[in-house]
Design a protein around this ligand. Sequence first.
Ligand SMILES: Cc1ncc(COP(=O)(O)O)c(C=O)c1O
Length: 395
Amino acid sequence: MDERVIAEFGKEKTTPAFVFDTDVLRDNVSKLKNTFEHTAKLCYAMKANPFIIKEIEDLVPYFEVCSPGEHKICKRAGIDVSKIVISGVNKEYSDIEEAICDGITIFTIESIAHFELLQKLTRKHNKIIKVLIRITSGNQFGVDEEVLYNFSDRLKTDSHMILAGIQLYSGTQKKKTEDVVAELEYLDGIYKTLRDEHGVKINKIEYGPGLFVPYFVNDKDISDKMIPAIKGSVANMEFDGELVFEMGRYIAAECGSYVTSIADIKKNRQNNYCIVDGGINHLNYYGQTMAMKQMFYTQYKNGQAIDNTDIDEKYTVCGSLCTVADVILRNMPLTEPKIGDIIVFDKTGAYSVTEGIYMFLSRNMPAIYFYSKKRGLELVRDEFETNRLNYLKEN
Ligand SMILES: Cc1ncc(COP(=O)(O)O)c(C=O)c1O
């Protein structure tokens, strides 16, 4: 992050805060789009970071929208309804009715109840929709293959639902190329069974490859192996329709910086501690795998980045929560840390902003800024007092 941007946090802007660099974001999405140009289209799984949807709307053809709340966000952002895929478990009557009446035409089916609900509501409103049947990967999501084939047979005569294709997402941070290749082969197998045994030719496969983001210093970037393997596998598929890669982390992680300030410093039983004004309530890389894994960070003093490569002095950096679990990193090299120094954690554009345990301890939610070279820092959400939600009565 540019030192001049960080310098603003030392002055009038408060921490903790997230800064999403929209130049980095757009650059990443454009590169990804080019990488998969002849392989697949992109669908942004907005659960990773809903703030950025409008910034990339022109670059991605689809958004995976997994809850009524996410749908409302899309409406407020003015996302083109033709880009929205309504996905996720627990689709409720009024939410689906709203989506259908808003003109959304792509829905996933994850259960018999979904099938019947969509059938009922499309008839009631006389709307035609396209459905993607989600195949399970052995958990609560999607349906078994037999159910999928049963749905596809029933859809042949449905007047309002067209079977567009199938969907699969089995998990994130995939390290093994063979797992992704196997899933693509599996999807191709389903395509062939539908075609050869059920007389149905689907023209869409929506697949979440769960691409790996190297968050920690010792993580290896495996994209160089993974991406060619994916492309090779896709080239071997008999499926010749529209392949869509549904991705969150890989699109959003890189653009985010979490900006915190050192609030206190102490030595307890020979151990150095730094308390920052953020914490594990806001910071979330992948699950709660922090403390022992060194993330990418920079210390700033008076707006200037410090090189900590050869620094022996190490600190346990903790957040502001009243729990011993609030350890961001043990043994973090810091140069003469002082109250007010800023520590910026990189690659925090995905999930941190949505998956943090924000309500715990009633601390404020961080402010959120966009940054771009052209527009500078722009506040997109002010810090928010969660204490107001944890006790509603006002004096
Ligand atoms: C259905 C679905 N698709 C896509 C994603 C995005 O996954 P990732 O962030 O690993 O790309 C998720 C994440 O939970 C998901 O549930």
